[in-house]
Structures are given as structure tokens and as C-alpha cells.
Ligand binder design. Structure first.
Ligand code: ASP
Length: 310
């Protein structure tokens, strides 16, 4: 894999994805083998928007590789409050670090920021745009639970603003996957994403639905997402769709016994807590997979960019 920056999953070929996932599996088996690999390396964390899993798993990953992180901290306590531009902030922090992780509320922010830096920049979510490192851990989880080829997946919820959905949908076009998108009409996938998906796989594997019922029995994986309240221009519009798609024990009655349920988290009320105790629930495993997958990604990027090649 050779990329300077990781901004969207559109950059990733099937071979790139498999390289990261295979490396993650090796690390998962024997994390001690890489425990000192990136000693003295520093990862810069720039989170302009809330994060729990992405930020903490990047931090855990870097530390488990023997490196460390420097964290800009909250926007309120940084020079952003004094009016510093994103371009200036990333140019300063690249001078302190070997790679940068950026999350920002504005779509396109990671692309713009990457134009100002030479160290690898990883997009950890840009508004309603993309979240490619989440996609890699999603693919890892799918591969472990259901396999990536001959896959039937339902992706449900806020497909309009859900960046994890956009990134995952693009990446899945590299595989033999049938993708069913389930949402209220107002939260359907952006038309340009649908267009791109049709271009990528000839449209054969893409279907849109407004109800889960008709597709549920055929699914290997159901990927549930949160309605992205913070992206709605109008709270009333959010209230119209809030709580519309929920999974509970009754829903499972129509599903295959082997169904894998995923969610990028945080969940609000999309998945009833009773599901957590079932064999279907893979969302906590999915969150934990963020560590080996991000270790693998950092290892590949830092080795390519650095002087400690094996
Ligand atoms: N944690 C994911 C994200 O940052 C999903 C979500 O927030 O709903 O996009």
C-alpha cells in the first residue's frame, strides 16, 4: 500500500484493503511482535469534533506500537479560538509529528488540510463526507463474521449524513457484495454517491428501500447507523425521522440465525440493549477492532514514510 494521505475509501483498492486487514489480523494474533516498532514516533491528534472510539483507538494503537501522541485538545482550548486557520494549524503540528489524524465538522476539510502537509494525514471524519479508517475496521469485522465475498449487507438509518456509510459503500464495491440501503426517503444516500456506486459496479449490487422487512431475511450483515442529529439544518426535520428505524428482539425473528449486526457507535436508540446479549451483536467487537486495524494502518504508513523498513 502506498498512499501519502488517507482521505476517502475511494482511494483504496481491494489489494490495499487486504494488505491492511491481513496486517491487522497478524497484529491481533501477536501484538507483542510490534510493541516497539514505532518507538519515538509521534502521532498528532486534531479533533475539531467530538470523538470517543476513533480518537482513543488511534491513541491506543500508536502507544501499542511503541510510539506516542500529541493532542491538540479541545477546540475551545486551542488557538483555533483565536482565529487560526486549519491550514496554519496543520502546518504547525506536522512539524511536531510523524503523521496527523484529523476530524473536522466541515466536509472536504481533510482534503484541504492534506494539501498543506507532507506527513501522512488520515481523515478521521469530515462532516457528512468520509471516514475511511472506520471503513477498514468495519471491513475487518465483516470479514471475520460473514466474509467479504458473496455478501448481502443491509445498511440502514441516516444514509444522507452518515459518513461511515458513504465510506463503507464505496469500499464494498471492491468485493462481491449486494448492498441494500434502507432509510426514510429524506435520509437516502446522496445522489452523487448512488451514481458513483452504480459506476463502480455496474449497479448490479445496489438497491434502495424504505423498509427493512422485505430484505431482512436475506441479509448476512445489518449495519445500523445513528440519525446524525448534529448535521440537520433544522431540529424539526430531525424530530420527523428520530426513532424511525429501531432493531429489537422482535425484529430478529425474521432474520437469519447467522445475521451479524454492526453499528459504528455511538448508538442512541437504534438497537435495543437486549440485542447486546445475542450472538448477532458485533458492534462492541467492531469498536475493539479499531485498535489492531489502526495499528496496521499506522505501521504501514509510518514504515513507508520512515527509515525503519524491515
Ligand atoms: N462515530 C461515527 C462517526 O464519527 C458514527 C456516528 O457518529 O454516528 O461518524
Amino acid at each position: 500500500m502506498r498512499h501519502d494521505h488517507l482521505i476517502t475509501s475511494k482511494q483504496l483498492s481491494r489489494a490495499d484493503i487486504e494488505t491492511v486487514l491481513d496486517r491487522a489480523a497478524e497484529i491481533d494474533d501477536d501484538p507483542s511482535a510490534v510493541a516497539d516498532r514505532h518507538a519515538n514516533r509521534l502521532l498528532g491528534l486534531l479533533f475539531f469534533e467530538p470523538s470517543t472510539r476513533t480518537k482513543m483507538s488511534f491513541e491506543t494503537a500508536m502507544k501499542r506500537l511503541g510510539g506516542d501522541v500529541v493532542d491538540m485538545g479541545s477546540v475551545e482550548s486551542s488557538s483555533v479560538k483565536k482565529g487560526e486557520t486549519l491550514a496554519d494549524t496543520v502546518r504547525v503540528i506536522e512539524g511536531y509529528t510523524d503523521a496527523l489524524v484529523l476530524r473536522h465538522p466541515k466536509q472536504g476539510a481533510a482534503t484541504m488540510a492534506s494539501e498543506f502537509v507532507d506527513v501522512p494525514l488520515l481523515n478521521a471524519g469530515d462532516g457528512a463526507g468520509h471516514h475511511p479508517t472506520q471503513t477498514l475496521l468495519d471491513l475487518y469485522t465483516i470479514r471475520e463474521n460473514a466474509g467479504l465475498d458473496d455478501l448481502t449487507i443491509g445498511i440502514m438509518g441516516d444514509l444522507k449524513y452518515g459518513r461511515t456509510v458513504h465510506s463503507l459503500a464505496y469500499a464494498l464495491t471492491n468485493f462481491d457484495a449486494r448492498q441494500h440501503f434502507i432509510s426514510p426517503e429524506s435520509l437516502q444516500l446522496p445522489r452523487e454517491v448512488v451514481y458513483d456506486l452504480h459506476q463502480a459496479d455496474g449497479g448490479a449490487g445496489i438497491r434502495e428501500h424504505d423498509s427493512l422487512e422485505e430484505v431482512l431475511p436475506s441479509l448476512d450483515v445489518l449495519y445500523v447507523t445513528r440519525i446524525q442529529r448534529e448535521r440537520f439544518p433544522d431540529e424539526q426535520e430531525y424530530q420527523k425521522v428520530a426513532g424511525e428505524y429501531q432493531i429489537d428482539m422482535e425484529t430478529l425473528e425474521a432474520a437469519s440465525d447467522d445475521l451479524t449486526i454492526m453499528h459504528p457507535l455511538p448508538r442512541v436508540d437504534e438497537i435495543a440493549p437486549a440485542i447486546d446479549e445475542t450472538e448477532c451483536a458485533a458492534y462492541f467487537e467492531q469498536a475493539h477492532n479499531g485498535v489492531p486495524v489502526r495499528m496496521a494502518l499506522l505501521d504501514l504508513l509510518l514504515r513507508e514514510g520512515g527509515d525503519d523498513d524491515e
